[in-house]
Design a protein around this ligand. Structure first.
Ligand code: 1GP
Length: 253
């Protein structure tokens, strides 16, 4: 399960020092029709993955969003769930998140135990993820809902120690998360420090709004950059961000 296609692709990116773009859609904020349009934009721009989920979902639209997206794009769909209720076999893979920056036992292991039978039965590719919440300058939904304290954004050494612990525990990928709508995205220093001193794929997201930021994060060593809010508000940024990643990849070859 943990060694499926998407995990292998992420590992190849990591080993080759390359980066890809993932767009995050929140099923609460997007209609199936908008999802189709997003799929067309993503397919044209060369977006690698769609992430789907949210820290808090009020609607039950996961399957409708997936079906709409698949009408216009064959891009793999990875669940990025705020809770086990968001797991659906209609997707391709699941970021199996353990909130290793927090000390909330439910989000470290508790919810995993109570949903384990359902997740196994879904037959989704399950990607074990050490999920690190970094202070994004404002309280975000994930910081509130998770009831955990984020890692200070000016303390990359805490993020590094946490990432090392997650890697030694056997997590397959790391995710540095500033939270959706973060004022301060994860810093280049933190990305560089974690990326250069760990050896598993590194995902980074939260508060990324410009192609310039994408470019510097890619050069700093992120392997997958996740953009939600900016892509939702300004879809024309998606091709610009994809181009920024291609440019960074050329420079890192
Ligand atoms: C993905 O939560 C983020 O890690 C998405 O954040 O909505 O700020 O892009 P934005």
């Amino acid at each position: 399960m943990a060694t499926g296609n998407i995990y292998r692709e992420l590992t190849t990116l990591r080993d080759g020092g390359q980066t890809e773009l993932a767009i995050l859609a929140d099923p609460d904020k997007i209609s199936p029709l908008e999802m189709e349009a997003l799929a067309a934009t993503c397919a044209e721009a060369g977006v690698k993955y769609l992430l789907l989920g949210g820290s808090l979902l009020l609607t039950q639209q996961m399957e409708a969003c997936i079906a709409a997206f698949r009408k216009r794009a064959s891009i793999p769909i990875i669940l990025f769930p705020g809770s086990p209720a968001q797991v659906t076999p209609a997707a391709d893979a699941l970021l199996y998140l353990s909130l290793v920056s927090g000390r909330n036992a439910e989000l470290l292991i508790g919810q995993h135990v109570t949903s384990a039978a359902m997740v196994r039965a879904s037959r989704l590719e399950t990607i074990s993820t050490g999920y690190l919440l970094i202070d994004g300058g404002i309280p975000t939904t994930v910081s509130y809902i998770s009831n955990t304290q984020p890692i200070p954004n000016n303390k990359p050494e805490i993020a590094l120690a946490t990432a090392w612990a997650a890697e030694m525990q056997g997590k397959h990928v790391l995710y540095l998360e500033a939270g959706s709508g973060a004022q301060i995205p994860v810093s280049v220093d933190m990305i560089r420090m974690v990326s250069s001193q760990t050896s598993i794929p590194l995902i980074v997201g939260g508060g990324i709004r410009t192609a310039e930021k994408i470019y510097e994060n890619a050069l700093a060593g992120a392997n997958l950059l996740v953009v939600g809010t900016a892509a939702e508000q300004t879809p024309s940024l998606i091709p610009q961000m994809a181009a920024a990643i291609r440019q960074a990849n050329l420079e890192r070859k």
